[in-house]
Design a binder for this molecule. Structure first.
Ligand code: FMN
Length: 190
């Protein structure tokens, strides 16, 4: 099973990048995590619809080829990051070729505050829900990295947090097995 993942923190010191590294290095049995390049996407506008740039074609193809999508986002001003918003705009277009239709999606994130991206995630659930993704809502995975020790280098200090993250990914893999059907999803063939 292939799970594509995107990380909305673009800093070299991003704790969300660290969370992504930990997840990719500790997959459930039979799962491969594939990182998506959202950093090099231009800002979307609909003039691109007639001819998507290669980086956006690659993004759509990689998401459509995956069995599920994991979105790891920081919280920026109580919202998911602009990098995630931009990637989701590219994925939602061209009209009629949206990539998230019936795609199993799971959302995770870490922040320096006690609500650890919960507000950003609530917005994100609405956005991917609008794109008709199959969102797994539980367990919610938002973590305060100052409390649980999620580091930019991909290590997680707190052992029970490690287990919680691994367990959440195993639950997502089971969700994909139960609900996912790549063949029935819309393919944009870009
Ligand atoms: C532009 C900006 C806005 C932020 N807004 C929030 C916020 O709304 N809630 C929050 O918990 N943290 C907020 N923070 C702090 C982030 O939690 C912190 O910078 C975190 O490390 C960002 O994730 P990253 O390490 O993956 O880049 C904000 C940080 C930035 C740079």
């Amino acid at each position: 099973m292939k799970i594509a993942y995107m990380v909305g923190g673009l800093s070299k010191e991003s704790h969300n990048q660290g969370l992504g590294k930990f997840i990719a290095a500790n997959p459930p049995e039979g799962v491969e995590f594939v990182e998506l390049n959202i950093r090099d996407l231009p800002l979307y506008n609909r003039d691109f619809d007639a001819d998507y740039p290669q980086v956006a074609r690659d993004l759509k193809n990689a998401v459509e080829d995956a069995d599920g999508l994991l979105i790891i986002t920081p919280e920026h001003n109580r919202m998911y990051s602009a990098a995630i918003a931009n990637a989701l705009e590219w994925l939602s277009r061209p009209w009629g070729k949206a990539s998230l239709k019936r795609k199993p999606v799971y959302i995770a994130g870490t922040a320096m505050g006690p609500i650890g991206t919960a507000v950003a995630q609530a917005h994100l659930r609405a956005t991917v829900g609008f794109q008709d993704a199959l969102v797994m809502n539980q367990p919610e995975l938002y973590l305060d990295y100052t409390k649980f020790g999620i580091n930019a280098d991909g290590t997680v200090d707190n052992e029970s947090t490690q287990e919680f993250i691994k367990g959440a990914m195993a639950t997502f893999a089971a969700f994909i097995t139960e609900h996912g059907n790549k063949d029935q999803q819309t393919r944009s063939e870009m």
